[in-house]
Design a protein around this ligand. Structure first.
Ligand SMILES: Nc1ncnc2c1ncn2[C@@H]1O[C@H](COP(=O)(O)OP(=O)(O)OP(=O)(O)O)[C@@H](O)[C@H]1O
Length: 299
C-alpha cells in the first residue's frame, strides 16, 4: 500500500476520535493550528473525483457531463449497456484519452490531461490486457516490465558513477516484490511460463498482478472476470476484497450483474454517456430508469 493510504487511516482516526488514545492526545483542542493542520491533511475520503467529464469523438459524444466520485477503500461498480461510455470514462480517468472537457482529481490534485504513466506514478492505475508482444515473454518478465517509474529511475541511476550497486538492489527488490505479488495471486508456479500460454483466467490474474506491482491506491478494473472460470473468479474476487480491506480503492466495470450486485457497495450506472444513477445495489435494482435503460438496450 502507498504511504498516502496509510496516513489516510491514521489522520482520519485522529479527526474522528476513533484512534488510540495516543492519536487523540496529539490534538490540543485549544491549539487551533493542530486541528486545522489535521483537517487539512485529512483526505475527503473520496480519492477519485470525476467532474462534468465529456468526451467527443468527432460528432459522437461518448461521455456526456458525467460526474461521480469513489470512496476510499470501496469497491464501486460502473455499469451500463453496451456503448454507454464506461471504457471511455476509464480511458479519460487514466490518461489514455484526453477529455474534451471536465476534470478528474486524485485527492486534491487535478490529473486531467496527464499521461497514463504520470497518473500511475500518482497512485491510480487500470488493468491492461496483456499485449501480443508481451505474450512472448514469461509471466515473471511481464511483471518486471510493469513498474515503469522505477525502471526509468534505475536507468537514470545506472549512468551515475558508483550507482551500480543501487541499481542491483533496486532490481532485486523489484524481483522480490514481483514474486510476492505472483504468490498473492497464486500464479507464482507460472512464473516461467510464457504469458501467451496462460488461460483466460490466469491472464486476468496476471493483469491484476501487473497493475498492483506499481503499488497504487486506486485501481480501475475493466471486466476483470471476462472469460474467467468460476473457481478463478472466486479467487480473484477474494483477492480484491482482501486488498480492499487493506485500504485499496477499486472501480470496477463488469457486465456480470450478479457479481456487481453481490460485491459492490455502490453502483454507478451510465447510459448514453451520462450518469443515470449512483446508489446502493438494492436501490439500483429497483430504479425504473435503470431497468428501462437495460431493457431498451442490447446489454
Ligand atoms: N476511439 C473511439 N473513436 C470513436 N468512437 C468511439 C471510440 N471509443 C469509443 N467510441 C464510441 O463511444 C461510445 C461509448 O463507447 P465505450 O466503449 O466507452 O462504451 P462502453 O460502455 O464501454 O461499452 P461496452 O460495454 O460495449 O464496452 C460508443 O458509441 C463507441 O462506439
Amino acid at each position: 500500500m502507498s504511504d498516502t493510504a496509510d496516513s489516510t487511516t491514521d489522520t482520519r482516526n485522529v479527526i474522528e476520535g476513533e484512534g488510540g488514545p495516543e492519536n487523540v492526545d496529539e490534538i490540543d483542542p485549544d491549539d487551533e493550528s493542530d486541528v486545522e493542520r489535521a483537517a487539512r491533511e485529512t483526505p475527503p475520503g473520496r480519492p477519485l473525483r470525476v467532474k462534468n467529464l465529456r468526451k467527443e469523438f468527432g460528432g459522437l459524444t461518448a461521455v456526456d457531463d458525467a460526474s461521480f466520485d469513489v470512496e476510499a477503500g470501496s469497491l464501486t461498480g460502473l455499469i451500463g449497456p453496451n456503448g454507454a461510455g464506461k471504457s471511455t470514462t476509464f480511458n479519460c480517468i487514466t490518461g489514455v484519452h484526453q477529455p474534451t472537457s471536465g476534470s478528474v482529481h486524485l485527492h486534491d490534485e487535478e490529473i486531467t490531461g496527464l499521461r497514463p504513466y504520470q497518473i500511475a506514478d500518482r497512485g491510480l492505475v487500470r488493468t491492461f490486457q496483456i499485449a501480443r508482444e508481451l505474450e512472448e515473454m514469461t509471466v515473471l518478465e511481464n511483471m518486471m516490465l510493469a513498474p515503469r517509474a522505477q525502471r526509468g529511475e534505475s536507468l537514470w541511476r545506472s549512468v551515475l558513477p558508483g550507482a551500480r550497486g543501487g541499481v542491483r538492489d533496486q532490481e532485486r527488490e523489484l524481483r522480490e516484490r514481483a514474486w510476492e505479488t505472483l504468490e498473492f495471486f497464486e500464479i507464482d508456479h507460472l512464473a516461467e511460463e510464457y504469458a501467451g500460454n496462460l488461460s483466460g483466467g490466469q491472464r486476468k490474474l496476471l493483469e491484476m498482478a501487473r497493475a498492483l506491482l506499481t503499488d497504487p491506491e486506486v485501481v480501475l478494473l475493466d471486466e476483470p472476470l471476462a472469460g474467467v472460470n468460476p473457481t478463478l473468479e472466486e479467487k480473484l474476487l477474494d483477492r480484491i476484497h482482501d486488498l480492499r480491506e487493506e485500504g485499496y480503492t477499486f472501480l470496477l466495470v463488469e457486465h456480470d450483474m450478479d457479481v456487481i450486485m453481490e460485491n459492490c457497495e455502490r453502483v454507478i450506472v451510465m447510459h448514453r454517456g451520462r450518469v443515470l444513477a449512483d446508489d446502493a445495489p438494492a436501490a439500483i435494482r429497483e430504479n425504473e430508469q435503470v431497468i428501462d435503460a437495460y431493457l431498451g438496450a442490447n446489454v
